[in-house]
Write a protein that binds this ligand. Structure first.
Ligand SMILES: Cc1cc2nc3c(=O)[nH]c(=O)nc-3n(C[C@H](O)[C@H](O)[C@H](O)COP(=O)(O)O)c2cc1C
Length: 355
């Protein structure tokens, strides 16, 4: 029987168990330089020490003018490699695999960092995103590739592309792409940009380098999302983590009697489609050992991604693996999405965390 403790093959590497720490940006933990700080090293090392088999480091920008916030971590410059090396060494010491999530803000670029841009001209939040030229698309492919090469130099086991949540790769692969050239129209064309990124990284970093996509399970529809993700796999993606994108998750046909939520369900259903082809992970609302084990032991997914639960207490991994105590995430979302200088998470505070 497969349990959370069962190792899992990802590309040519093996994660020692089925628990993945999901990427979570930390606002203000770095500065305009995007360099990894000691605080981040301690943060990720603690999650590795408590047993997560794979650590996916937060959205890390590939170009300074494509950041989602002015203090976002980066891999756009060689000067950033050393800080990442400290992070990978610290996580590897505990036997975890570790990959950064490579990110381009696309429509969601912070106005203080650069122009909002993407496949088509689109009203987006407080402005209008501009259509990218073909040359700019090719430049973005190279920026992803160069960031992956830096990641490899920093000792990462691979990279994950941020291809969900309305950032650039997802912008191409959703209903807001109205291009009429080779980057728009059919699912294959909507996937083209992501596939070019995958191929460029594979060529530059070789076969022993995990290439993961954190992709949407419902853009522009479930069926088209499958086709787009199949293109990514065909191009060389080793590992799919499924989350939401542009489409409203409320429209996803989800059976409310299931013990997991509708975004996690997108991953479960994508796993059904890719079973035995590449490992597939689901995310969202997995905050208890019981639900984590249910998803793994029933082979509904290959790995589980946990964000808030592991921010609340890194010991959640051991609780899943060994049944030991942990501090449960309250689900309040006070851990994120704003400039967080202090720790506002009540579960972390209950553990005595002060920074
Ligand atoms: C503080 C915070 C930061 C996040 N940053 C990222 C990120 O960098 N990349 C990403 O793909 N998702 C990000 N997310 C989304 C999480 O990875 C995850 O999909 C979401 O929180 C749902 O999972 P959970 O219920 O286990 O928290 C973030 C979520 C939070 C709460």
């Amino acid at each position: 029987m497969i349990t959370a403790n069962t190792p899992v093959r990802i590309g040519t590497k093996t994660a020692k168990n089925r628990i993945t720490m999901a990427p979570t940006v930390k606002f203000d933990w770095s500065d305009d330089s995007g360099i990894v700080t000691e605080r981040s090293v301690r943060h990720y090392a603690a999650r590795a020490e408590h047993g997560a088999g794979l650590i996916c480091v937060e959205a890390t920008c590939i170009a300074k003018d494509a950041r989602l916030a002015p203090t976002q971590l980066g891999l756009w410059d060689d000067a950033q490699i050393e800080g990442h090396k400290a992070l990978t060494d610290a996580c590897h010491a505990y036997g975890a695999l570790v990959i950064p999530q490579l990110h381009h803000g696309g429509y969601g670029t912070h106005p203080a960092c650069g122009e909002k841009r993407g496949p088509s001209e689109t009203p987006w939040r407080d402005g209008v995103a501009r259509e990218m030229t073909t040359d700019e698309i090719h430049t973005a492919v190279k920026q992803f590739r160069d960031a992956a090469v830096r990641a490899r130099k920093a000792g990462y086991d691979g990279v994950q592309m941020h291809a969900c949540h309305n950032y650039l790769i997802n912008n191409f692969a959703c209903a807001l792409n109205r291009r009429t050239d080779e980057y728009g129209g059919s699912p294959e064309n909507m996937a083209r940009f992501g596939c070019e990124v995958i191929r460029a990284i594979r060529e530059a970093c070789g076969p022993d380098f995990i290439i993961s996509m954190r992709a949407s399970g419902f853009d522009p529809s479930e069926e088209e999302a499958r086709k787009i993700n199949a293109c990514y796999v065909e191009a060389g993606c080793d590992y799919l983590q499924i989350s939401s994108g542009y489409e409203d998750p409320e429209k996803f046909p989800h059976d409310e009697t299931l013990p997991y939520n509708r975004i996690a369900d997108m991953g479960v259903r994508m796993h059904d489609y890719f079973r035995g082809i590449v490992p597939v992970s689901c995310v969202n609302g997995i905050r208890t050992p019981e639900l984590a084990r249910y998803l793994i032991e029933n082979e509904l997914v290959d790995t589980i991604d946990i964000a808030c639960g592991l921010l609340a207490d890194p010991a959640l991994s051991e609780a899943i693996l060994n049944g030991t105590p942990y501090e449960k995430c309250r689900g309040c979302l006070r851990c994120g999405y704003g400039p967080v200088k202090k720790h506002f998470c009540p579960a972390a505070m209950a553990r005595g965390v002060t920074e």
